[in-house]
Design a protein. Sequence first.
Length: 58
Amino acid sequence: MGEPTATWGKMLADSVTTRNVDPLYLFIPGTALFIVVLSFNLLGDSVRDALDPRAGRA
């Protein structure tokens, strides 16, 4: 069997011990995870605004 698949959560957990040596190892997956979560949040807000008949349109 090969190596397990890398995930952003595993990369963040592993980078806690090496944050003083290589801070980018913490910054890059953390930033990528933040952007993905923010994108889904904004997408969900826009879909709700478009499909909610009770929302007041200004």
